[in-house]
Write a protein that binds this ligand. Structure first.
Ligand SMILES: Cc1cc2nc3c(=O)[nH]c(=O)nc-3n(C[C@H](O)[C@H](O)[C@H](O)COP(=O)(O)OP(=O)(O)OC[C@H]3O[C@@H](n4cnc5c(N)ncnc54)[C@H](O)[C@@H]3O)c2cc1C
Length: 440
């Protein structure tokens, strides 16, 4: 029997599940198709889910305490050279208030939990037998008839819908298939993320990172962690594991002839990091492509007749130095695409002009506003000085400033001048500082 759904969602990651939850609550009939054995089976994030949209989808999720690992109460940004680390550290009780502004997640757990919540919303909807989450199925083709998207094909099966939300993630083959993005994606629009999950007894982990209850730490790193390759590192605490990884520029890795796992091993061996992960056992290793957040990497358009593109399939991501925001962007864009689909259903108009409301909503949201505002910061972060000169200089200053010996102590300004002289020219640094101040 051929079904015609209100909407088909391709991809059961964060964008797809957020769209599904929004549709289920509005009593729409939809089909979500995920290629993994279960939602989350194929997904990788650092990962901190920032912002409070999760509380919109699953109100008071923290009471049940499932799905997420820890809430972010303590943040740290570390500049490192080969021996030292100089950190900016911020901890606040404000972060303990709900809704939390960030939670650490392991995607295999989180996505599967969110899919369970979507199923509960389907069961409570007016059409519990007419919406489905189907896993272990690869969508191979988006079907177009007379210039408009009308459904999808998976193997020999064809399903039709009034509209399709493509939430297939960064490897957006279907988005390219329907011509919204060029087949060739330039290497500087994507990076490679590598990550290890390391197990440590929960009580030891809490002691080591000074955590209490479900509070957690996020630590971003720049400098020697990436061994001269464009990029940065992260360490996030989960309940009884640590997520440790790097995001590295694809072109720069190739140009410098380095492999992601060698750079990751070097990061793990850094004296400061080695202390943080001592006795922790690697239980998972993963790698995934990730967008760099360059707005020029976005598809030529994120909607057309009968179709909308959500999440990282549309290259929605921001990494301006203080956090990677891909999951919260995926969540908000999935919600907005589904809200547009509901609006379209009410007016029985699934044309590009109606679905263009999705683009408008995204432009009015923090997602595209922040991506536009912080493009200079995204580009600045890719400059060589940001992952070599600046961290080296900061650590050099730190070493002088925090050393107490039995010699006359120079003033901090003299220490800074000496550090600058060793690593950069004043003029270059002033230019960089001005650019940084403007970008942030
Ligand atoms: C190492 C690393 C660290 C990161 N850290 C963070 C972080 O700390 N915070 C943050 O916010 N973001 C982080 N990100 C980015 C974040 O993971 C992504 O932006 C986010 O997962 C995008 O969500 P999505 O739903 O758009 O895509 P995805 O999560 O990739 O989901 C896409 C889904 O579609 C499915 N799919 C794809 N094609 C098909 C098909 N043809 N048929 C059926 N199913 C299909 C996939 O199996 C997958 O489940 C990180 C990424 C990496 C790689």
């Amino acid at each position: 029997m051929e079904e015609k759904f209100d909407c088909i969602i391709v991809g059961g990651g964060i964008a797809g599940l957020s769209a599904a939850m929004t549709l289920a609550r509005a009593n729409a009939r939809f089909l979500l198709i995920e290629r993994g054995e279960f939602c989350g089976a194929k997904n990788v994030s650092g990962g901190v889910l920032w912002g409070s949209d999760l509380a919109r989808l699953v109100p008071e999720y923290w009471k049940e305490g499932q799905g997420f690992e820890r809430f972010v109460a303590h943040r740290r940004l570390t500049f490192m050279d080969r021996q030292s680390a100089f950190s900016v550290d911020f901890k606040s009780d404000h972060f303990s208030e709900t809704p939390y502004t960030g939670v650490t997640v392991l995607r295999a757990v989180f996505d599967a939990w969110l899919a369970g919540k979507v199923q509960e919303a389907i069961d409570a909807s007016e059409h519990p037998d007419e919406s489905f989450i189907a896993t272990d199925i690869l969508v191979e083709e988006v079907i177009q008839e007379e210039g408009r998207v009308t459904g999808i094909r998976a193997g020999d099966e064809v399903f039709h819908a009034n509209c399709v939300i493509i939430a297939e993630g960064v490897n957006n083959l279907l988005t390219r298939q329907i011509g919204l993005e060029k087949a060739y994606v330039p290497g500087d629009h994507v990076a490679v993320g590598v990550k290890e999950v390391l197990r440590l007894d929960e009580a030891r982990l809490a002691d080591r990172f000074q955590l209490s209850g479900r509070s957690g730490l996020t630590n971003e790193f720049v400098g020697a962690c990436s061994d001269g390759v464009e990029g940065g590192g992260f360490l996030y605490t989960n309940r009884d594991t640590i997520s440790l990884g790097l995001v590295l520029g694809m072109n720069d890795l190739r140009d410098k002839g380095k492999t992601p796992y060698d750079v990751l091993n070097g990061f793990k061996a850094h004296p400061v990091v080695a202390d943080m992960i001592r006795d922790a056992e690697t239980v998972e290793y993963s790698a995934h492509v990730v967008s760099t957040g360059d707005i020029k990497g976005m598809p030529s358009e994120i909607f057309a007749d009968g179709v909308m593109i959500a999440g990282e399939a549309a290259h929605l991501l921001l990494n301006a130095g203080k956090a990677i925001q891909g999951m919260d962007y995926a969540m908000r864009s999935g919600i907005l695409a589904a809200e547009t689909a509901i609006e379209a259903k009410q007016s029985q108009d699934f044309s590009a002009s109606m679905l263009g409301n999705y683009r408008k909503a995204l432009e009015n949201s923090y997602v595209l506003q922040d991506m536009r505002s912080f493009q200079d910061a995204v580009h600045l972060l890719h400059r060589q000085e940001m992952f070599s000169t600046v961290p080296d200089l900061i650590c050099d200053f730190g070493r002088q400033f925090f050393t107490v010996d039995c010699n006359p102590t120079p003033k901090a300004s003299a220490m800074m001048r000496a550090a600058i002289k060793r690593h950069a020219s004043y003029w270059d640094l002033v230019k960089l500082g001005l650019k940084g101040a403007k970008a942030l």
